[in-house]
Ligand binder design. Structure first.
Ligand SMILES: [Zn+2]
Ligand SMILES: [Zn+2]
Length: 417
């Protein structure tokens, strides 16, 4: 068996010529820099880039293929420098009949298919060059459009209060897609503020594979969440040549659908308390609730002008009081990205990457005594505690990330006790 690391939701900030694609994303987040970062620093072997529908980005992709730096795989996907497969994706916003908006990512085997798909979008999207554009059709219709041209479809950050199926549209995904549509979904993306334990409290999600992706808007945030995919070693399936280690688009599709021996065997993600929308946030008193979920109104000022937390929303609509994972559900492991650990600044980060190679190695493999030699006892202990999941956390909400706290006094203070 071979295991590959996959992060399937990475944004593009600018094209190589500096034209904006996602305005809120970093300028150095270009197609080529993403491919290089995944291949060399992050250790990500399958990267889904979700702004490939932009014609300006497509020109960048064409150039990399023409120069030979990227090669189209027979089973779909593009191989970058023999180390990383790039999957071409397109995140879009759909609108239901009642006005509810949600984000979804469609992934395609290659340049040809995504071009055909973008051709269909021309009348529906105002500015195709920009990321996550509003597409004036309901999700069910976009699912059909993507599938018809050979793509797969994944609802994105499914529970966030802004622009997500459960967060801002429906109580049941089946209302949005219908029974038939549910079967066509390739997977469901959990988003940073949720995990499998929470999502498995909703009965209709049992058949779906869960994805934990970074939704990165800058290079360092790539792989803050990722998936481990298992592929039988003996053959290369519909993928590339026998000596290629890069899985193809087809391999990824099989893994999501759990076919032909391929599957997602683990999710790695933030402790959901670290996510930006984990708990309900009152916009009047700017406070994140510390009370038992679901909190749907501010418990301090009574205002209903709140950004409902992902945890609060899930508890509100759950079928079960405890998770009921189906037998195929893989383990979900928490990780705290190095840049979120208090006291780990640029200098410590640089030293760690120098010594251990990639962030994945530091987070999951490096031994405590080796870490101590590089960053000292205190910080090494923090990395170990984050690996064991024993750090205390202050939950995020309303667009503010949660944070690990090392000090009980700070915890009490922040909670306002
Ligand atoms: Zn989105
Ligand atoms: Zn996104």
């Amino acid at each position: 068996m071979r295991r590959v690391y996959a992060d399937l939701h990475i944004h593009i900030g600018r094209t190589s010529a500096g034209e904006p694609v996602k305005i809120t994303a970093a300028r150095d987040l270009t197609f080529e820099n993403i491919a290089r970062e995944c291949a060399t620093r992050k250790g990500i072997e399958v990267a889904g880039i979700v702004d490939c529908g932009s014609p300006a980005v497509m020109a960048d992709i064409d150039r990399l293929v023409e120069s030979g730096e990227m090669v189209e795989l027979p089973g779909g996907g593009l191989r970058y420098r023999d180390t990383t497969t790039i999957i071409l994706g397109c995140e879009l916003e759909t609108v239901e009949d009642d006005g509810g908006a949600s984000h979804h990512v469609a992934y395609f085997p290659g340049r040809e298919e995504i071009r055909v798909f973008v051709g269909l979008l021309r009348r529906l999207v105002t500015n195709l060059n920009l990321s996550s554009q509003r597409c004036r059709v309901p999700a069910r219709k976009l699912l059909r459009m993507a599938t018809e041209v050979g793509g797969i479809f994944v609802p994105a950050h499914a529970f966030t209060p802004h622009k997500s199926p459960y967060g801002s549209c429906v109580r049941r995904l089946t209302e949005m897609f219908g029974e038939e549509g549910m079967q066509q979904l390739a997977a469901l993306e959990l988003g940073l503020s949720a995990d499998s334990f929470l999502a498995d409290r909703i009965a209709e999600l049992a058949p779906l594979t869960f994805l934990s992706n970074s939704d990165a808007h800058s290079l360092p945030r790539i792989a803050r969440e990722y998936n481990v995919i298992e592929i039988p070693a003996a053959e290369n399936g519909a993928g590339g040549e026998a000596d290629s280690f890069c899985p193809s688009f087809q391999e990824v599709v099989w893994a999501l659908k759990r076919e032909n021996g391929r599957r997602v065997i683990a999710n790695y993600g933030l402790d959901p308390r670290l996510g930006k929308y984990h708990r309900t946030f009152c916009t009047a008193c700017e406070r994140i609730t510390p009370l038992e979920p679901p909190v749907v109104k501010c418990d301090a000022c009574g205002s209903d002008k709140v950004v409902k937390g992902v945890l609060d929303r899930i508890v509100e609509i759950a079928d079960y009081p405890e998770p009921r994972p189906p037998s195929h559900r893989p383990p979900y492991h928490y990780q705290v990205p190095l840049q979120m650990l208090p006291g780990v600044g640029a200098v410590a980060l640089g030293k760690l990457l120098n010594r251990f190679g990639t962030e994945m190695k530091v987070l999951h493999e490096a031994r405590a005594e080796d870490l101590e030699l590089v960053i000292g006892r205190k910080l090494a202990a923090l990395v170990m505690r984050s690996r064991e999941g024993t750090l205390s956390m202050l939950a995020g909400g309303g667009g503010r990330y949660g944070k690990p706290v090392t000090d009980e006094a700070e915890m009490q203070l922040s909670l306002g006790y």
